[in-house]
Design a protein around this ligand. Structure first.
Ligand SMILES: NC(=O)c1ccc[n+]([C@@H]2O[C@H](COP(=O)([O-])OP(=O)(O)OC[C@H]3O[C@@H](n4cnc5c(N)ncnc54)[C@H](OP(=O)(O)O)[C@@H]3O)[C@@H](O)[C@H]2O)c1
Length: 199
């Protein structure tokens, strides 16, 4: 199996690559900048901007693309990064005959943010590709030390029963990536991974 991770140099990408490597799966990642802390052993970096498809050079055949570009911080980029980058990734899959797309969506969060992720989900569903939609809450881990700061307040407010915080359900990034890699390797028919599947 050969996997291409779009935006794989970031927080979730690094954890996914580690998990895939446990199973000796071949992985490449595409991003504008190389992450030198990702081992080069059997991991190929493809330099590219998903909004500039014509300049992206893909030399291998891939079975699955995993889309990891997104932002929660920058409202002005919600539409571009959370939705339009998905449309670009679908075009890349079609251009290179890659049949399956895994999309990291979201379980909760600010209204506009969630809407931009749900718009991404609709593009994936309508794409005619095989797909898997992953809906994690907030992920935390050593790869992003600041991610630990938000957990305690979220857990506190969630215990008070406030829906917004309950939906943010924090999980270690490794738990999420374990579930995703297992689902991909098991090749299940499931098209969605929800919080309950990752707990
Ligand atoms: N982190 C969380 O807690 C969380 C929770 C729920 C859902 N998610 C979703 O999970 C996904 C991954 O999150 P993350 O935290 O790993 O994000 P991240 O750390 O920001 O990683 C995304 C990577 O995408 C690359 N990228 C951005 N624009 C690009 C472009 N135009 N072309 C190619 N690559 C581009 C960036 O690298 P370059 O700048 O080098 O290109 C960046 O490192 C996102 O879709 C996010 O919305 C995350």
């Amino acid at each position: 199996m050969n996997i291409l991770i779009i935006g794989g140099n970031g927080f979730v990408g690094q954890a996914l690559i580690k998990e895939f490597k446990k199973y000796k799966v071949e992985v490449s990642y595409l991003s504008r900048n190389q992450n030198h802390s990702i081992s080069k052993d059997k991991v190929t970096w493809i330099q590219g901007d998903i909004f500039d498809l014509d300049t992206i050079i893909i030399k291998k055949c891939y079975d699955i693309v995993i889309h990891l570009i997104g932002t929660i911080k920058n409202k002005n980029l919600y539409s571009k990064l959370n939705t339009e980058s998905v449309a670009q990734t679908i075009k890349l899959c079609q251009k290179h005959n890659i049949n399956k797309l895994v999309y990291f969506s979201e379980n909760g969060g600010f209204k506009q943010y969630l809407e931009s992720k749900l718009a991404g989900e609709r593009l994936v569903r309508d794409s005619k590709l095989d797909y898997l939609i992953v809906r994690p809450g907030l992920m935390y881990g050593k790869g992003r030390l600041t991610s630990y700061f938000n957990i305690l307040p979220i857990k506190f407010f969630s215990k008070l029963g406030i829906t917004f915080f309950k939906n943010v359900y924090p999980l270690p990034v490794e738990k999420v990536t374990e579930s995703v890699v297992k689902s991909i390797l098991d090749n299940t028919d499931s098209t969605i991974i929800e919080i309950k599947d990752m707990k």
